[in-house]
Structures are given as structure tokens and as C-alpha cells.
Design a protein around this ligand. Structure first.
Ligand code: B1M
Length: 211
């Protein structure tokens, strides 16, 4: 019952209870991945569905998102222990006009767990900022997240700007987020689309190994 309880409390936006239940689940020996998938993400799926159907509204989604963040905070050290030496450097952000950052934060956690150094640019990140950061901080990979159909087009700007600035052959560009697809990735000339945080981290590590 513990994992469904986490999902329920997340839907109600009970951040403190979610935090406590996640800790309890860890103490009782539940796998961190199960707590993430069957507790936190399951709850957020219901929230997304209800939001889509106008059963709940933005304030409800915001408190659920806060509860998700609190739960993730407890889970983070358990999801993946950070590697000791960096295998490569990544900059990550949610694209301009887009404030959704839960998925992006999850990708960051998983990448750090794979031993990648991650520069987190936050949300509402312009193509210019992605490119200037990649140049100044010598990043191997640029990671763009988008949750809105109206903002995913910024990913194409990132690819174009990388070409204009002459760094396209020096940096890989990875994209992800609910409205993005493999087909879209190909159409804009990005290097990889991955559907979830764990796959994104595996792909980034593979790129850094030259695969
Ligand atoms: Co918004 N929102 N939201 N929202 N929100 C969605 C995205 C929406 C699908 C809801 C719906 O209608 N069903 C819809 C978008 C519709 C569309 O574009 N087609 C929507 C909308 C419309 C909006 C507003 C416009 C609402 C309004 O104001 N009227 C507004 C926009 C604000 C803005 O950004 N400018 C808005 C606002 C918000 C909140 C602020 C209230 C809140 C965000 C809080 C936050 O992030 N700090 C919020 C939330 C929470 C959601 C839903 C419910 C959940 C998103 C989420 O965090 N999911 C969402 C509905 C849904 O997705 N079911 C919705 C959990 C998270 C772990 O999943 O981010 O998909 P996700 O990440 C996944 C993968 O996509 C992937 O890995 C993660 C899992 O492992 N991934 C990557 C993500 N990035 C990746 C990058 C990679 C690889 C994989 O490589 C680089």
C-alpha cells in the first residue's frame, strides 16, 4: 500500500507526507526505482490526466509538482550514486518559454549517477545560452528538455545556432520531453531523442565513450 499512498498524497499536493512516505518506503527496503515509477511518477500521471480533462487546475498541479520535488529530493541519493571521476560534461536546460523542470531534473540526477558532470541551466533557456555555455564550459553534450508543443521548436534553433557558430561537429545535441519524438529529432538534425531519464543518461554516457 505504501507506493499507492505516495501516489495519492502526491496528487493531493501533500509535500510533507510524500517526503515522509518516500523515506518510509526506502527504510522498508523498496527499490528506489519502484518508489519513483509506482509512487511519484504514477501520481504525476494521474495529475496530468486530470489537468488535461479540466478536473483540476494549475494551482493543484503546482502543489503536486512541489510534492514531487520533495519526494525526489529524498530519493536522489538512492537513485544513483554519483561516479567519482567525470566521464564527460553536459549542459542541460528546459528551453525558452518553458518552465517545466521535473523531467529535466530527473535527467540531471540520472546523468550525474552515470558519472557525467552536469551544468544545470534551469528553465526558460535560450538557444544562445545553450550554445555559449557549451563553448565556454567545453561541454560534450547539450541536453534540451521541452514539455510544450509551443516551445519544442527552440530545439531546432539550438541545432541551427550550433552550426552557425561552427561547433556542430564538437558537440552532441540530445532532446527529450513529452511532445518530442524520434521523428522530430531526425527532422531537426539533433543527435539523439530518448524517452526517459534513465535512457537519456545511458545514451549520454555512450556518446562520451565515443559510441
Ligand atoms: Co504543465 N503542461 N503547463 N505545468 N504540466 C503539461 C506539459 C501538459 C501536457 C498538461 C496537459 O494539458 N495534459 C500541457 C502541455 C500541452 C501541450 O503543449 N501539448 C501543459 C500546459 C498546457 C501548461 C500551461 C500552459 C498551463 C497554463 O498555464 N494554462 C503552463 C505552461 C507554463 C510554462 O512552462 N510556460 C503549465 C504549467 C505547469 C506547472 C507550472 C503548473 C507545472 C510545472 C511545475 C514544474 O515543472 N516545476 C506543470 C506540470 C507539473 C505539468 C504536468 C502535469 C506534469 C509534467 C511533469 O512534471 N511530469 C504535464 C502533464 C503530463 O506530462 N502528463 C503538464 C513528470 C516528469 C517526470 O515527466 O517532464 O515528461 P516529463 O519528463 C520525462 C520525459 O519526458 C523525459 O524524462 C522524464 C521521465 O524520465 N524527459 C527527457 C524530459 N526531458 C528530457 C530530456 C531528455 C531526455 C528525456 O534529453 C535531453
Amino acid at each position: 500500500m505504501l507506493l499507492p499512498d505516495i501516489s495519492e498524497e502526491l496528487q493531493k499536493g501533500q509535500a510533507k507526507t510524500v517526503k515522509e512516505l518516500v523515506q518510509k518506503a526506502l527504510d522498508e527496503g523498496f527499490a528506489p526505482e519502484a518508489i519513483l515509477n509506482e509512487g511519484l511518477l504514477a501520481g504525476m500521471d494521474v495529475v496530468g490526466e486530470k489537468f488535461k480533462n479540466y478536473e483540476i487546475f494549475v494551482p493543484n498541479v503546482m502543489v503536486a509538482a512541489r510534492a514531487m520535488k520533495e519526494g525526489l529530493g529524498v530519493l536522489k541519493p538512492h537513485l544513483a550514486a554519483a561516479g567519482s571521476a567525470s566521464i564527460g560534461k553536459v549542459c542541460i536546460g528546459t528551453v525558452s518559454g518553458d518552465l517545466h523542470d521535473i523531467g529535466k531534473n530527473l535527467v540531471k540526477i540520472m546523468m550525474e549517477g552515470k558519472g557525467l558532470e552536469v551544468v544545470d541551466l534551469g528553465t526558460d533557456v535560450s538557444a544562445e545560452t545553450f550554445i555559449s555555455t557549451a563553448v565556454e564550459q567545453h561541454c560534450d553534450i547539450i541536453c534540451c528538455s521541452a514539455l510544450l508543443t509551443t516551445t519544442m521548436c527552440v530545439m531546432e534553433d539550438v541545432v541551427k545556432l550550433a552550426e552557425e557558430k561552427g561547433i556542430r561537429d564538437k558537440v552532441k545535441i540530445m532532446i527529450g520531453g513529452a511532445p518530442v519524438s524520434e521523428e522530430y529529432c531526425r527532422s531537426i538534425g539533433a543527435d539523439a531523442y530518448t524517452p526517459d531519464a534513465a535512457t537519456a543518461a545511458e545514451k549520454a554516457a555512450a556518446f562520451c565513450r565515443g559510441e
